[in-house]
Design a protein around this ligand. Structure first.
Ligand SMILES: CC(C)(COP(=O)(O)OP(=O)(O)OC[C@H]1O[C@@H](n2cnc3c(N)ncnc32)[C@H](O)[C@@H]1OP(=O)(O)O)[C@@H](O)C(=O)NCCC(=O)NCCS
Length: 197
């Protein structure tokens, strides 16, 4: 079974947010927070210059209808008409020949000026719901540097389980090796939480 006929039902509206696909005109807003080295400290890319931003925008804008492993769904998050962050769902693995992806990775980046108000949590929760509702996924996961405590707390607020801490498996930009924390959420756990279980 392929995923080529599945398109996510967007935009998604939550209490305070609108989640929609990313447009080329979002470049200035995304570029503003992605140029901040504090924001990109634990991201797989350094603070973005013009060329880096163009490359990231190309990937985000193209991320509208993931089909196979490696594809992404990218979403812009708006609060009161302002782009405050972006989210990514990346198909990570499929099991069985011709099978659709069963594992996907979550990612999030938010403007620090909109931090500390639960907006990232609200957006990521909506992405989790969208992911399990739209795609036949069995498991969602997040990988992060254990020093990224804001991101770890976000995973916990989403009801994800801290499953692993792997040692020195990720090359940091300063030439050292970083550890990785793995968080996971299974479909049945998401279903149980939705039904109040
Ligand atoms: C990870 C990141 C999105 C978390 O941002 P955040 O502002 O901490 O997350 P939220 O918007 O969900 O806000 C949660 C905070 O607001 C508080 N809060 C206030 N009102 C809230 C509400 N209505 N609901 C939930 N939390 C609320 C929470 O207590 C929490 O604070 P705490 O962590 O000090 O306890 C942000 O730090 C970021 O973009 N970092 C840079 C990019 C990055 O590292 N991405 C992850 C790579 S793995």
């Amino acid at each position: 079974m392929g995923l080529d006929r599945i398109t996510p039902a967007l935009p998604v509206r939550t209490e305070r947010l609108v989640l929609r696909t990313v447009a080329p005109s979002d470049s200035a807003a995304i570029g503003a927070y992605c140029a901040d080295p504090e924001v990109t400290r634990y991201l797989p890319f350094p603070a973005l210059d013009e060329a880096g931003l163009a490359q990231r925008m190309e990937r985000l804008v193209a991320g509208t209808a993931p089909v196979q492993v490696g594809d992404v769904l990218a979403l812009a998050v708006e609060h009161e008409g302002v782009l405050v962050g972006d989210l990514m769902l990346r198909f990570e693995a499929a099991h069985g020949e011709g099978a659709p992806p069963s594992i996907a990775e979550l990612g999030w980046v938010f403007a620090p000026s909109y931090g500390g108000r639960g907006l990232a949590t609200e957006a990521a929760r909506a992405l989790v719901d969208l992911a399990f509702t739209t795609y036949p996924l069995h498991r969602l996961m997040a990988r992060l540097d254990p020093r990224n405590t804001a991101s770890a707390r976000l995973c916990e607020r989403l009801g994800m389980t801290h499953e692993a801490h792997t040692r020195e498996d990720y090359p940091d930009r300063d030439g050292s090796w970083s550890d990785t924390s793995v968080y996971g959420l299974l479909r049945r756990e998401w279903e149980a939480a939705r039904s109040g279980g």
